[in-house]
Design a protein around this ligand. Structure first.
Ligand code: PMP
Length: 407
């Protein structure tokens, strides 16, 4: 059915004018051959590919879609600002309003700055930490993703050893390895960078233990270094005050992006007064970092998350999906590992080192109208109703049948 499909024709055209046909994490060559590369439209929790096939979307644009596509309050705020102006010679009033809202909402925040992508935000946090401490060493967990520039990209193509010279690795949730890394940094420790929880690709998700989070705080405080929480993926999906707030651990600097403006391009960093002067000194900027439309969208997104039961609805949808997937797996004689917050589902099959079951599951579920990912954590939105989840579960039943065949 894909022969002569619009998606196939677009891929053929793309192959001659775009290196590899597509770059980065949205290249569907990493997924089964049935996955569409190109989409025509989206609404709520659904997406339509360029051949008109409709899917219940369990990826939510890889995070940005949190309230549903075309959310009324967000679109109204964006449209209002668009009529006024977007990228001008300076930001609009919405910048100050959004910074005030972030400072009020995020528990550790004394100030906020805005960027566009998650990588901008994580990189600015590292730069500010180095500027504020006058030191070089940055500790990152093995396997954690912080973005796609030389200091953190997972591909070493085009990266020099010098780009990584001052990184030291530890294992997430492993206090002894963190202590060893801090020791190795000695008096040159600028920052410890941690994701909100362990959400590395192709492995079970892990929440941070309270002991690990507290130790990360103690070690950075003792060294007068920065504790940076990379909340780009999880931010505003778990706790509006910051993903480590339920653990009682406050970072010095946090990076946000993805969900912050319900799909409009925006990132933010928040920080404490300890790093205000450093944040004043560093030169971080971009042509589009002052665009007012995304800021207006972010204000509406955060207000809606705060004033509605959106986070609770994502949890309900996640619980329903998790128990439904477990039941479907059991019915077909398969066993799953579902880990991490239910609203950010990670579904892995037991005895599936090569992801054969996962790929069979996903490809069959896709044909039945549900867009799952075989190896990456997924995302739910407040637009996923019980009915949508049940439709996804119907597709998942076909997926499990297909997985059982290759098991
Ligand atoms: N940090 C984390 C934890 C992420 O999940 C991502 C994006 N997947 C990034 C940083 C980088 O964000 P972006 O792709 O917007 O640059």
């Amino acid at each position: 059915s894909l022969i002569n499909s619009k998606d196939k024709l677009l891929r053929e055209r793309a192959a001659s004018v775009i290196p590899g046909g597509m770059w980065g994490h949205m290249a569907t060559r990493y997924l089964g051959p049935a996955y569409p590369q190109f989409f025509e439209r989206a609404d709520g929790c659904r997406v339509w590919d360029v051949d008109g096939r409709e899917y219940i979307d369990l990826m939510c644009s890889w995070g940005p879609n949190i309230l549903g596509h075309h959310h009324q309050a967000v679109e109204a705020a964006a449209e209002r600002q668009r009529r006024l102006g977007d990228a001008m010679n300076g930001p609009g009033e919405v910048l100050v309003e959004l910074a005030e809202l972030l400072v009020k909402t995020v528990a550790h925040a004394d100030w906020a700055m805005l960027q566009k992508n998650g990588t901008d935000a994580t990189t600015a946090c590292v730069t500010i930490a180095r500027a504020g401490t006058g030191r070089r060493k940055v500790l990152v967990a093995r396997g954690s993703y912080h973005g796609a520039v030389p200091w953190c990209t997972p591909s070493l193509a085009g990266v020099t050893a010098e780009d990584r010279a001052h990184l030291i690795h530890f294992d997430y949730n492993d206090i002894a390895s963190l202590e060893a890394a801090v020791e190795q940094a000695g008096d040159d420790l600028a920052a410890v960078v941690v994701t909100a929880f362990r959400h590395d690709i192709a492995r079970d998700q892990e929440l941070p233990t309270a002991g690990f989070a507290r130790r990360a705080r103690e070690l950075t405080t003792a060294a007068d270094a920065a504790l940076i929480v990379d909340d780009v993926r999880a931010g505003f999906r778990i706790d509006l005050a910051g993903s480590w707030e339920p653990l009682g651990v406050r970072p010095d600097l946090s990076a946000f992006s993805k969900a912050i403006a319900n799909g409009y391009p925006l990132a933010a960093i928040t920080g404490t007064d300890r790093f205000r002067e450093a944040a004043t000194k560093v030169y971080v900027t971009g042509s589009f970092w002052y665009g007012a439309v995304a800021m207006a969208a972010a204000i509406a997104t955060i207000n809606t998350l705060r004033d509605t039961d959106a986070i609770a609805r994502m949890t309900q949808a996640g619980d329903r999906l998790r128990s439904g997937l477990d039941a479907a797996a059991k019915k077909h004689g398969l066993s799953l590992r579902q880990t991490g917050p239910v609203s950010m589902p990670m579904v892995l099959f037991d005895d599936d080192a090569e992801f054969k079951l996962a790929n069979a599951f996903c490809s069959a579920a896709l044909r039945e109208g549900a867009y799952f990912h075989p190896r990456h954590n997924m995302f739910l939105s407040a637009a996923h109703t019980a009915k949508d989840i049940d439709l996804a579960l119907q597709a998942a039943d076909a997926g499990m049948a297909a997985a059982a065949q290759v098991a």
